[in-house]
Design a protein around this ligand. Sequence first.
Ligand SMILES: Cc1ncc(C[n+]2csc(CCOP(=O)(O)OP(=O)(O)O)c2C)c(N)n1
Ligand SMILES: [Mg+2]
Length: 310
Amino acid sequence: MGKAKFGIFGDGKELAQLAMAKVFRPGDHRAGYYRDQTFMLAIGGLTLQQYFAQLYAHPDVEADPASAGRLMNGHFATRMIDEHGAFKNLAKLKNSSSDISPTAGQMPRLVGLAYASKLFRNTPELTQFSDLSDQGNEIAFGTIGNASTSEGMFFEAINAAGVLQVPMLMSVWDDDYGISVPKEYHTTKGSISKILAGFQRTKTEKGFEILTVKGWDYQALLQTYKKAEKICRDEHVPVLVHVTEMTQPQGHSTSGSHERYKSKERLTWEAEHDCIRKLRQWILESGVASVEELVEIEKRQRLLPRHQKI
Ligand SMILES: Cc1ncc(C[n+]2csc(CCOP(=O)(O)OP(=O)(O)O)c2C)c(N)n1
Ligand SMILES: [Mg+2]
């Protein structure tokens, strides 16, 4: 109806996405889900105008290039074919496949994108398609919520990537919840990296590289994604980055209120561990910028109050 009746946003998950965007190169592909607004803005695959055009279901492809108003808001995509129906030079673009609403629906496609790169690297007949792949040197970046890792397609895709040894860099945005359901009710041991530990490669066996990092620790995130990218791109080894301690300051969506199911203690913890707040703390403590400089930047960017409360 074009009335923006439902909103779903990526607040609380910004920092990891910035770190991921820094290692995302032209030719790479994303297959992810509705929390990735920061990443899409950072790679230039989305503008604020387009974001709101989609929220209001604008039916013009120029206004909402991801879906021309057909998808729910927060469903990202870049266009891979031109107005004549021909493939663009994907090897020179930062690409995102189209998000779909069934959680974990992005997973089989993610494996396919990563497998394509392996084929491009290892099949001489395919080197001529240099506008689709830079000799297999690209990465397929996946994102998924912690609760959605319980889906069968997630486990199938992880196993397939381990068997195939493909350049798939899988990030799990873990905020401990899937809507109102806390992790102990949907993930064994409450941790996807713990239960996937058997997939870790060893000196003698192929498998995954599994990395864990906190969603509010910007320096650690930068280091983690740098390491993950190198292993994935150079060696074609799949990598799982489990980003823990993320928050969801606005609740799951505009159609619910998380104050109804999160304890006061949890809400206080989330406010204290807000990744933007933590970044601000780190900037000041490390001397990257002074309070005055930061306030000036925040004013210029018209940042919302949650960024300023420390
Ligand atoms: C197959 C499927 N089942 C249920 C839903 C409804 N649903 C949408 S989001 C969501 C919870 C996802 O939680 P999580 O994966 O942790 O991501 P978060 O929203 O917390 O980032 C559910 C159950 C859906 N979209 N698709
Ligand atoms: Mg979650």
